[in-house]
Design a binder for this molecule. Structure first.
Ligand SMILES: [Zn+2]
Ligand SMILES: [Zn+2]
Length: 385
């Protein structure tokens, strides 16, 4: 079987059997069986379903880490394709099936054609729970970067906002941080016609929602991107009752380290200040899900050169490569220099245009071979230095 056929075979097999975060058992078994069949050594059950495999060229040199995420999403697939999800309510709607297939094929290539690695070592990391489960942070927290003396870290994502045949990469921040918050505003309930005897948590929440936008418009440098979104608000049952409690949930996204560090305090001060001034109590749960995903310019340069060597001079683009979405590869990039990049997978002619996390998401499988070849070239270039 050709490499391309292998890639498609693995991708479709994984696509048919999607598993959500920390339940990637069949996927992890498939990876394990594949590594076993290649005679490669590996460590399994790292952070539940994660797998590591180290390839050593036998020549002294640096160690490069390449990571793939394996988890699917709780989405019911609406595509009518031969490789449609067999697991109702679960779907590979982000393309992580493709990432796992690429890393499995990279393992095959390391076995078939080890000479493309000029020196040093390649650490393959199959990671669970990228979609909000903290899999990346937990993998890093196990100490694998020190244990394997990792010098640089790389990961790719198939990307339906970039045409197939192109690679999206930027110096510096590529994706935003992800914070998640819940605010519980506690007032004093009573008759809707006699507000003087109450503290109205809905009114207080409305003031908080309005003022939260001032974090972006008045407290943050206009040259620094930031988003505050309240995505859920719940309170009350009746038209004539002022309720006791109002609960809001939302997310905050930032791009630079500076704003990432300053925003939680501004948020807390604002929410507590407004609630206090209006006589309500608040409880705040504030969870830092992902840090910003920040590429080292030197490592991004390696990705640009790799893309130009494999896909041609004009293949590198910055358009569509910066987003306020989040990515837990940030945990690796926070610990080591490296680069996260997009492999274009959009193809209008073939109808692959749906955004990620859509129930009709699918991508051009030509992106698989592009991703594999560019990653091989990244490895070659990094380990040639
Ligand atoms: Zn996703
Ligand atoms: Zn993803």
């Amino acid at each position: 079987m050709s490499t391309k056929e292998d890639l498609v075979k693995f991708r479709r097999l994984i696509h048919r059997n999607p598993e959500i975060m920390f339940q990637e058992i069949q996927t992890s078994n498939l990876v394990e069986q594949h590594l076993k069949s290649l005679g490669m050594s590996y460590e399994s059950q790292i952070v539940k379903t994660g797998i590591l495999s180290l390839f050593d060229s036998g020549k002294p040199g640096k160690t490069i880490l390449v990571r793939a995420d394996m988890d699917a999403l709780p989405i019911h697939e609406e595509n009518d394709v031969e490789y449609k999800s067999n697991n109702p309510g679960v779907m590979h709607a982000c393309g992580h099936d493709g990432h796992t297939a690429i890393l499995m094929s990279l393992a095959s290539e390391l076995k078939k054609d080890p000479n493309f690695v000029p020196s040093g070592r390649v650490l393959l990391v199959f990671q669970p729970a990228e979609e909000g489960g903290g899999g990346g942070d937990q993998m890093v927290a196990t100490g694998i970067l020190d244990k394997y003396s990792v010098d640089a870290v790389f990961a790719l994502h198939v990307w339906n906002h970039i045409d197939v045949g192109n690679v999206g990469v930027v110096d510096g921040t590529m994706m935003a941080s992800v914070d998640e918050f819940e605010i519980q505003v506690k007032g004093k309930s009573g008759h809707g016609a006699m507000p003087q005897y109450t503290v109205d948590p809905i009114y207080v929440s409305a003031q908080i929602i309005n003022s939260l936008q001032s974090i972006v418009s008045r407290n943050t440098d206009p040259m620094e991107p930031a988003v505050v979104t309240v995505g859920s608000i719940h309170a009350g049952e009746a038209f004539n009752v002022i309720p006791e409690i109002c609960v809001m949930k939302g997310t905050i996204r930032t791009f630079s380290k500076k704003v990432y560090e300053s925003i939680p305090n501004q948020f807390q001060n604002l929410v507590r200040g407004i609630a206090g001034a209006l006589g309500a109590e608040v409880e705040i749960i504030y969870d830092r899900v992902n840090k910003p995903t920040i590429n080292s310019p030197q490592m991004a340069e390696i990705v640009r050169r790799a893309s130009e060597n494999i896909l041609g001079k004009d293949s590198v683009t910055e358009e569509g490569a910066r987003t306020m979405g989040g990515e837990d590869f940030s945990a690796f990039l926070n610990a080591r220099p490296g680069c996260y990049f997009f492999i274009g997978s959009r193809n209008e002619k073939k109808g692959f245009v749906k955004p990620h996390h859509n129930s009709r998401f699918d991508f051009d499988e030509d992106a698989l071979k592009n991703g594999l070849d560019v990653m091989k070239e990244v490895i070659r270039l990094f380990l040639s230095n």
